[in-house]
Design a protein around this ligand. Structure first.
Ligand SMILES: NC(=O)c1ccc[n+]([C@@H]2O[C@H](COP(=O)([O-])OP(=O)(O)OC[C@H]3O[C@@H](n4cnc5c(N)ncnc54)[C@H](OP(=O)(O)O)[C@@H]3O)[C@@H](O)[C@H]2O)c1
Length: 331
């Protein structure tokens, strides 16, 4: 395994290398400007009850967006927090548990009936489980929340024509990924979706693998949605760098004080870390573009495995079959 591949494969190297990455000099892709406003735009964001998602929701509401926070917890208090912080009342909360496909379906129904077409989707929610857990579908929870739910949500919204394309508008779909998507050496095609046991020692490695699946899906989605010369959808992904969030909430209690200390000293606040997300949502620089991947505020190629169209096709096909096998309808 190469050095790059090992960078984020366990909690210790992930933390140390995350901090080192922060201090490396990188060329900035651009700047967010005060007139990068979002008035009249509807933005749906998952995982907006905590960390990066909550901070992003506040900044988007401050920039005039109607923000729809799709959350599992924090109803109604996190919505109130966003309203107060942004001084905007264009904030709505909808419940979703991304480990439950019925719940995702209900979310899309609610969007249809109560919200209407959306301009921007941010797939932000993720979990790092301390050990393997089974969802009611029988699938693994981290695989479901961090990858499969995104495939399902995006495709349901597309099937229901819930993206606003009126007047040649180009909706944006943004995936919060992680540099850890570069860790895995290969795809586990033969065991796709198979429930496999793992403990805390392997959870960061599994997290990286699901980020690879998600980033590969983002690339394939962009290819499928943009068959013409001019993109009809902007599909972006990014890694926000190390964020002082609740992502390590399931780490053993004995490590919590140390982790909290390291996170609070070295990691960026969710507000600072939200800059690349807000840039991809609001900046005019990326209007009409697709496929950008940002690490912090720098453009970077995604891992070559994620970029390979053959892998994208294979992943799409296996994912559709897995959903069918579990009676999860995309209609
Ligand atoms: N923190 C980092 O250093 C770092 C680095 C690179 C990338 N990222 C990425 O940044 C994104 C945001 O993470 P964060 O750091 O802000 O962590 P966080 O504070 O733990 O936020 C995660 C969010 O995901 C939600 N979520 C988890 N499971 C869910 C489920 N089953 N259904 C619905 N929502 C669920 C959580 O909701 P609840 O509050 O209800 O649990 C929470 O709102 C993730 O995609 C993560 O992979 C983080």
């Amino acid at each position: 395994m190469s050095k790059t591949k090992q960078k984020y494969s366990n909690p210790f190297t992930a933390t140390v290398n995350g901090i080192r990455d922060l201090f490396r000099k990188k060329e900035r892709v651009g700047e967010l400007k005060p007139d990068d406003r979002l008035d009249g735009k509807k933005v749906l964001i998952t995982g907006a009850s905590s960390g990066l998602g909550l901070a992003t929701a506040k900044e988007l509401a401050r920039r005039g967006a109607e923000v729809i926070m799709a959350v599992r917890s924090g109803i109604p208090e996190k919505g109130e927090e966003v309203k107060i912080s942004s001084r905007s009342d264009k904030v709505k909360l909808l419940y979703v548990d991304l480990s439950d496909f019925d719940s995702i379906k209900n979310l899309v129904e609610k969007i249809k009936t109560d919200i209407g077409k959306i301009d921007i989707l941010i797939c932000n929610a993720a979990v790092v489980s301390k050990k393997v857990r089974r969802t009611k579908t029988g699938l693994e929870e981290m695989f479901t929340v961090n990858y499969l739910a995104k495939f399902y949500l995006v495709n349901l919204l597309l099937k229901e024509k819930m993206f606003n394309k009126q007047g040649k508008k180009i909706p944006r779909i943004i995936f919060v990924s992680s540099e850890s998507h570069r860790n895995p050496e290969r795809f586990e095609w033969d065991e796709f979706g198979v429930f496999k046991d793992y403990g805390m020692g392997k959870s960061v490695e599994r997290y990286g693998y699901y980020k690879l699946l998600m980033t590969t899906f983002a690339r394939e989605l962009s290819r499928r949605l943009n068959t013409n010369r001019h993109p009809e959808f902007s599909v972006f992904a990014l890694c926000p760098g190390p964020v002082n969030s609740n992502i390590a909430r399931e780490a053993p209690a004995v490590f919590q004080p140390l982790l909290k200390l390291v996170f609070s000293i070295f990691f960026r606040s969710p507000g600072q870390a939200s800059e690349p997300v807000v840039y991809l949502v609001a900046s005019k620089d990326v209007e009409g573009k697709t496929n950008d991947y940002l690490f912090l505020m720098s453009r970077k190629p995604v891992d070559e495995k994620a970029d390979d169209p053959e892998n994208g096709k294979r992943l799409w096909h296996l994912t559709e079959n897995l959903l069918i096998k579990h009676n999860i309808n995309l209609t």
